[in-house]
Design a protein around this ligand. Structure first.
Ligand code: MET
Length: 602
């Protein structure tokens, strides 16, 4: 190609490099793998298995559920994939149990119909939020029955199951046994009046429904009566020593988040008792013993096995992920209420089979996201639920940015509309959008969209820019490796802020263009590369925005690197600038606050 430069009327014309793709070093960009290829771990490489808590199928997730599990896991999964780790991210709906059975009765349909309907709703919500599962499955499958029954029978063979006659609460009003969470009453520990039989939402204690003061049936308020029924118990007391040893070493090695350690330790400190793992229900995995054939496995025994069965529905080689602890690291994301099931009971079941399971490595748990100083409530219509986030006309990337920036990592956090608008206007638009737009437009108009020949020697203080950006990239990677997702995002935005500072220092304008052409060439060449780097570090959080930037740059997605490199070189042709974000009028704060305040229910 020719490399001719001339200045015509305040504009520089450069001949375009014909084959733009040759400009990229294959090592530094992402080569997409074919969609049909199954992702499997490879010996000697970094293999990361990621799960997010399997949402109950009978409701629509709210923003707290979304940031608490699926979105956090997705951000981490996208990060790992970008870094070239073999990464599999699985999730799916948790479909069995009383809640589904009861809701189906309420809705006048079969449990299966209910699950089909809500599985679809969940899937649509997560698709809208651009959650990139490798498999979004469900727990009501043959594989689930196969794997859960197999684990159950191995525990039985190894002597970790026992029979006990159990006194259960039975509702004489609607003639049914009451699952723990269908009994409500006063918490014996903190006196909260609306505690559920399985757990108190106020103080977080796990409860036995018989401990509740003044119990009542959740469905009809009748006073339940005790009845006797035979059940199978998992002898956690026999597994206690092994669970203790495993968890204290896993928490250390996998750098579990602080809240998950505290919750686990308080559980283990109380000592473990046998725990009932069967239920008098129809909608569940059948208990594989003749005597118990009319009962099903307890949903919390069954649900974590869903991670394995969903993987098995993705690939027949599922055991390469799940029975390969030497080569696979398991990262699990969830809200804090799910912790003991993942750190005590499920690991206990795994250990009790005496098989070589892949066990939890890193646990990332969130606290609660509050909505405008209160709680999300589906029944009262308060708060934003997954299916109405899209109603306000703001892009998924903005939502994802906002939720990640207030991820409740170490304490509860507050969703507020004024914060939402401020972050869009003064962070996304004024920081990131402004930086990208100013350079892109300048290159479109002054350079005919072609990158000029440039040299770092023509930029005053290049070495300070490079060392600042390198340092921020190193921080970003180290935070992300520790799954500090909020810090990771803050660091990405600092790179953008450094970009704006660089523009200020160099005063990119017509004056510079006319009087210091080489300096200008260096500013735009380096600036575009900074934009390219930014697209890589924001890609886990805002995949769509990152794609738009790469499209504008006419370049393949860039791998996140610990060093700032000049991947875009002279003669590369970029596309027209597009706005990444739009200003949100402050008037919307009040409008949206009202819209989601619960008034619509009236
Ligand atoms: N369904 C549970 C919940 O939504 C999570 C199960 S994770 C195996 O809390």
């Amino acid at each position: 190609f020719e490399d001719v430069k001339k200045t015509i009327k305040n504009k520089r014309v450069i001949t375009v490099q014909k084959d733009g793709t040759t400009a990229f070093n294959k090592e530094n960009v992402i080569i997409p793998i074919s969609g049909d290829e199954k992702i499997l771990p490879k010996d000697g490489e970094r293999n990361v298995l990621i799960t997010s808590a399997l949402p109950y199928v009978n409701n629509v997730p709210h923003l707290g559920n979304i940031i608490g599990s699926v979105l956090s896991a997705d951000i981490y999964s996208r990060y790992c994939k970008n870094r070239g780790y073999n990464t599999l991210y699985v999730c799916g709906t948790d479909e069995y149990g009383t809640a589904t059975e009861t809701k189906a009765i309420e809705d006048g349909c079969t449990p299966k119909e209910l699950c089909d309907k809500y599985h679809k709703i969940h899937k649509q919500v997560y698709d809208w939020f651009q959650i990139g599962f490798d498999k979004f499955g469900r727990t009501t499958t043959e594989k689930q029955t196969e794997i859960a029954q197999d684990i159950f029978l191995k525990l039985n063979e190894n002597g970790y199951l026992e029979e006990q006659t159990m006194k259960q609460l039975y509702c004489p009003e609607h003639n049914g046994y009451l699952a723990d969470r269908y009994v409500e009453g006063e918490c014996p520990k903190c006196q909260y009046e609306d505690a559920r039989g399985d757990q108190c939402d106020k103080c977080g204690s796990l409860l036995d429904p018989f401990e509740l003061v003044n119990p009542r049936c959740k469905l009809d308020n009748a006073t339940p009566v005790p009845k006797f029924s035979e059940h199978i118990f998992l002898r956690l007391n026999e597994l206690e020593k092994e669970i203790n040893e495993w968890s204290s070493s896993a928490a250390e090695k996998g750098q579990w988040s602080k809240n998950s350690r505290t919750i686990t330790n308080s559980w283990l400190k109380e000592g473990l008792n046998p725990r009932c793992i069967t239920r008098d229900l129809v909608w569940g995995t059948p208990v594989p013993l003749e005597k118990f054939k009319n009962k099903v496995l307890y949903v919390w025994f069954d649900a974590p096995i869903g991670y394995c069965s969903i993987t098995a529905n993705y690939t027949d080689d599922w055991e390469k992920w799940w029975k390969n602890p030497e080569n696979v690291q398991l990262y699990q994301f969830m809200g804090k209420d799910n912790v003991p099931f993942h750190t005590v009971i499920f690991p206990g079941s795994q250990l009790g089979t005496k098989e070589n399971w892949t066990m939890l490595h890193h646990l990332s748990t969130t606290e609660y996201l509050q909505y405008e100083n209160g709680k999300f409530s589906k029944s009262r219509g308060v708060g934003v639920f997954g299916n109405n986030a899209q109603d306000i006309g703001v892009s998924p990337s903005v939502w994802r940015y906002f939720l990640a920036s207030m991820r409740p990592e170490t304490s509860d956090s507050q969703f507020s509309w004024s914060d939402f608008v401020t972050r869009n206007n003064s962070e996304l638009l004024a920081n990131l959008g402004n930086f990208v737009n100013r350079i892109m437009k300048f290159v479109n108009s002054k350079y005919n969209s072609v990158i000029p020949e440039f040299s770092v020697d023509d930029l005053p203080n290049y070495s300070s820019l490079k060392s600042d950006v390198d340092e921020l990239l190193a921080t970003y990677i180290s935070e992300m490796e520790k799954v500090h997702l909020k810090k990771g995002l803050e660091t990405a935005m600092l790179i953008s802020a450094r970009g704006n500072q660089f523009l200020q220092e160099n005063k990119l304008d017509n004056n510079l263009f006319i009087n210091s052409p080489k300096h200008t060439d260096a500013v735009v060449g380096i600036g575009l590369n900074l934009i390219y780097t930014l697209a890589s570090v924001i890609s886990p959080y805002m995949p769509e925005t990152s794609d738009i930037i790469n499209n504008m740059l006419n370049a393949p997605a860039l791998k996140i690197s610990k060093e700032f490199n000049l991947n875009l070189q002279k003669n590369h042709n970029i596309n027209e600038a597009q706005y990444l974000f739009t200003r949100i009028d402050e008037k919307n704060i009040e409008i949206w606050r009202n819209k989601f305040s619960g008034q619509q229910v009236k």
